[in-house]
Design a protein around this ligand. Structure first.
Ligand code: MG
Length: 343
């Protein structure tokens, strides 16, 4: 099998948020082959990511055998080193890597989860993110809930967050797992103050309290925070995650497979974390790209609900009362309507 084309487009659904998730939003990568198979993957970076795919990565892949995915990953990483390593270039490469894994599954006529040693027939528990309060229609619909508290401004941060945590815990009851996401907006002192006040509400983790590069700060939280710290959705490559894991900076690692380097890197991250006894809970894991890894590699599976506006990725399984289950279609099992893709 040989690669005959590598394409990248940015389909934009009507209700895509008008922020960086549009300007640097998700891109669809399609890799065509001379045997008629096309592999699909989703990466990030918007038009900038598309440019990386359409130039350096396409040049590297045209005419090549798509099978040695891990070796091709290394070549792509080296080819983008001068401007890559993290951020947009790796987000773009993630989409290419996932398209290569989709081809690998389609060539073997197996779902990616099975290639990874797993089984698509197992329902995976889900969680959903809420802001301020839990809408009544979401109560009882997920295995766990996460309160997004990064945006709480005005007034005393700790007071506002503690009140919101109490409200959400009340709404979902004591049986459900509850987590908190600060989206890089807190500092060490506020995190410790809030953690001391909300410990009584049985909080599973506090996510990204600090910016991703504040490793010294995370070291202090590791030693002093009574609630486990989660993070990693804004980190890239298995090598960077290995450092987080070695230093035990996050009790729960949250790689985003469409950003961190694709399935090739997510497999390595799972392996390193599992050996260190740390939990992996991929960012937006209920989207099909991460879900195959969760189904195969996770010792404590929990899938975060995905981006509802990404309707252009067809064939994704839906969440049904707190669980989600993969289909047995080969590859990632997505169905892409090529006729409606932008140029
Ligand atoms: Mg988050």
């Amino acid at each position: 099998m040989r690669i005959t084309d590598v394409r990248a487009v940015q389909p934009v659904a009507a209700n895509t948020p008008r922020d960086w998730r549009l300007s640097f939003g998700q891109i669809l990568v399609a890799i065509d082959t001379d045997v008629g198979l096309t592999g699909y993957g989703v990466g990030g970076g918007g038009p900038a990511g598309m440019h990386v795919v359409r130039t350096v990565l396409r040049d590297l892949l045209l005419g090549r055998d798509p099978e040695p995915v891990e070796a091709l990953w290394d070549e792509m990483y080296r080819a983008t080193l001068p401007f890559g390593r993290k951020g947009i270039a790796i987000m773009a490469q993630s989409g290419v890597d996932l398209a290569l894994w989709d081809l690998r599954g389609k060539a073997a006529k197996k779902p990616v989860a099975e290639l990874l040693g797993g089984n698509v027939g197992v329902p995976i528990p889900t969680y959903v993110t809420v802001w301020d309060d839990v809408p009544a229609e979401l109560v009882g619909k997920h295995h766990a809930y996460k309160l997004h508290a990064g945006g709480h401004g005005g007034g005393d941060l700790a007071t506002t967050v503690v009140a919101a945590v109490e409200r959400v815990r009340c709404a979902i009851g004591n049986e459900c797992e509850l987590m908190l996401d600060a989206w890089m907006k807190w500092d060490i002192d506020s995190t410790l103050r809030i953690a001391a006040a909300i410990e009584q509400f049985n909080i599973g983790w506090i996510e990204e309290p600090l910016p991703a590069d504040d490793l010294a700060g995370y070291e202090r939280l590791r030693d002093r925070c009574p609630i486990p710290i989660a993070g990693g959705e804004h980190e890239f490559t298995a090598a960077a995650f290995a450092d987080l894991i070695d230093r035990q900076l996050h009790a729960v690692l949250q790689p985003d497979v469409c950003w961190c380097g694709g399935m090739t890197e997510l497999v390595k991250i799972y392996d390193t974390a599992n050996r260190a006894g740390l939990r992996v809970c991929p960012h937006r894991g209920a989207e099909v790209w991460g879900l195959h890894a969760i189904a195969a590699l996770d010792t404590e599976p929990l899938a975060e609900s995905g981006r509802p506006w990404m309707t252009w990725v067809g064939g994704q399984p839906e969440i049904a009362v707190g669980t989600i289950q993969l289909t047995d279609r080969p590859g990632f099992g997505v169905i892409i309507d090529e006729a409606n893709l932008p140029a």
